[in-house]
Design a protein around this ligand. Structure first.
Ligand code: G6P
Ligand code: ZN
Length: 559
């Protein structure tokens, strides 16, 4: 009978979960007891509910996932967890973890991912805890985990447990008189079954394969060597009848084949170029752990995530799941352009604006007030689970395209004609030095909250903007009244245009500055976003003195 060993340890500084879990370089995680400490802290933060509980464990296939699954098995066994549901080979997409937690009523899940950050021995790894509702742990829980990591002096482990996670099956162990079970499950079965309940697969299959009157709708789906590969294969090839040529990079690799698995115009340029050059009607890419998506149409027509959310909101009734549940309300993160707000107003739905981070949607969903939400950071999802869901978004788009019999660009143009257009762009300045960026944010906050700033005019070229409101965004959750402060600086002008600036919470080193710009046009809807937004961008750069503080004269990524 394998025995529990208590190991003495010392706290590590900086084990504070960010927007989405603890994310650091691999070399940080491989320090002695670093990972063990954090896993023990997660379990300790749940210690009253651990006895006999079930946890879901899996990750995006990046370097260190398998080794960490092994540590989680051994530490869970020692802490009285009843059962682990582990994805085969440690593979589970983030949306699949959320789906499994809910389906099997688990206490929570441990997701091993650094999402869209590059992987491999020299890159990033991450550990995130999700709660019983299937969503990322809320701030109160992550703060508690962090507090534990600052004083931890012991962890418990059963070093002798051997569990082969390459094979499906159930292993039972006796640990200190308790039963401990590890069930290695198929990584995709439950998730795919759920997608088949949500969507009309027969309708999407007819779209993709073509029918008497309609030629096949040619898709190109790019998993960027991330976790979605096996899900894409099962859904698109086995279920929806797409061909091998319709999918790419579907083998999860520990270093994502060197790709930066973030589905945007810069890092998914391969897909964009392939769709531009080829005879494709639709392209989609997903990030490392499968929760983000990018959607493009024929000729690589780009759908901004903010517009994607608005279009889906306007067409949700084409999706069987929402025909059953009804539509309960919409939400977006604060920096996301307000296109969906117009759909909410037109359809009489409640609309919420939350801080950046998917965890802020969970309470609204649990309270039955939110059906569909999204973020400018390429996240779209619904209350079917409590994470954003890349494949779900692609299937939702295909459902709408099938129902409308239109292409992506036509749908967008019709949308803008009806609602007007929120032009949007985001500039990222990645891996800058932290201190000057923090100083920039402090100075700017002071500027925009000083008396006289509201009402002041700011010009670039022949455009002048008058400040209507400016603050550091804070949010009170309408369900549990919890408050999140300092969620980003925003300057809102009289005409509704906005400048938003915040520091990324998902980087693993240095600071990444994000500058978000959006501006609404009722009639002039077919312009180029970069051209339309240039004056506001100039105003933002002047006000923040961003180039001075970051030393950068151009962003690393523009979306
Ligand atoms: C993760 C979260 C998203 C959030 C994003 C923001 O992807 O799941 O909900 O929008 O991080 O990242 P940032 O780097 O801007 O903090
Ligand atoms: Zn992700």
């Amino acid at each position: 009978m394998p025995g529990v060993v208590t190991v003495n340890t010392n706290p590590y500084e900086g084990q504070k979960p960010g927007t989405s879990g603890l994310r650091k370089k691999v070399k940080v995680f491989v320090q002695e007891n670093y990972t063990e400490n954090f896993i023990q802290a997660i379990l300790d933060s749940n210690k009253d509910s651990l006895a006999g509980s079930t946890l879901v464990v899996g990750g995006d296939g990046r370097y260190l996932v398998k080794e960490t699954v092994d540590k989680i098995i051994k530490i869970s066994a020692a802490n009285g967890v009843g059962k682990l549901l582990v994805g085969q080979n440690g593979i589970l997409s983030t949306p699949a973890v959320s789906c499994l937690i809910r389906k099997y009523k688990a206490l929570g899940g441990i997701v091993l991912t650094a999402s869209h950050n590059p992987g491999g021995i020299d890159n990033d790894f991450g550990i995130k805890f999700n709660c019983a509702n299937g969503g990322p742990a809320p701030d109160a829980n992550t703060n508690q985990i962090y507090a534990i990591t600052t004083t931890i002096n012991q962890y418990k482990i059963v070093p002798d447990i051997v569990c082969d996670i390459t094979k499906l099956g159930v292993s039972n162990y006796e640990v200190g008189g308790n039963k401990f079970t590890v069930e290695v499950i198929d990584s995709v079965n439950d998730y795919v079954a759920y997608m088949k309940e949500i969507f009309d697969f027969a309708q999407i299959k007819t779209l993709i394969q073509g029918s008497g009157q309609r030629k096949p709708f040619n898709v190109l789906i790019d998993s960027m060597n991330g976790v979605t590969g096996p899900y894409v294969k099962r859904i698109f090839i086995d279920e929806l009848g797409a061909k091998e040529a319709n999918v790419r990079r579907i083998i999860p690799l520990e270093d994502f084949g060197g790709a930066h698995p973030d589905p945007n115009l810069t890092y998914a340029a391969d897909l964009v170029n392939a769709v531009k050059a080829g005879d494709y009607d639709f392209g989609a890419a997903f990030d490392g752990d499968g929760d983000r998506n990018m959607i493009i149409g024929r000729g690589a027509f780009f759908v901004t995530p903010s517009d994607s959310l608005a279009v889906l909101a306007n067409h949700l009734h084409h999706i069987p799941y929402f025909q059953r549940t009804g539509v309960k309300g919409f939400a977006r993160s604060m920096p996301t352009a307000a296109a969906v707000d117009r759909v909410a107003a037109a359809t009489g739905n409640e609309m919420f604006e939350v801080p950046t981070g998917w965890k802020y949607f969970g309470n609204l969903m649990d309270a039955g007030r939110l059906s569909l939400c999204g973020e400018e950071s390429f996240g779209t999802g619904s209350d079917h689970i409590r994470e954003k869901d890349g494949l779900w978004a692609a299937l939702a788009w295909l459902s709408v395209l099938a129902a409308k019999g239109q292409g992506v660009e036509d749908i967008l143009k019709a949308h803008w004609a009806q609602f007007g257009r929120n032009y949007f762009t985001r500039y990222d300045y990645e891996e800058c030095a932290s201190d000057p960026c923090n100083e920039m944010m402090q100075v700017l906050e002071k500027t925009i909250t000083s008396p006289g700033f509201v009402g002041s005019s700011h010009s670039s070229g022949d455009k002048t903007y008058v400040v209507k409101e400016a603050d550091n965004f804070s949010y009170m959750d309408p369900i549990d009244q919890s408050v999140a402060m300092k969620q980003g600086l925003r300057i809102i002008f009289e005409d509704g245009s906005r400048i938003v600036l915040r520091l990324s919470g998902t980087g693993s080193s240095g600071a990444t500055v994000r500058l978000y710009i959006d501006s609404y046009e009722a009639k002039n809807v077919l312009g180029d976003a970069q051209v339309m937004l240039k004056p506001l961008i100039d105003v933002a750069l002047q006000l923040s003195r961003l180039q001075h503080y970051t030393g950068r004269d151009a962003p690393t990524v523009i979306t």
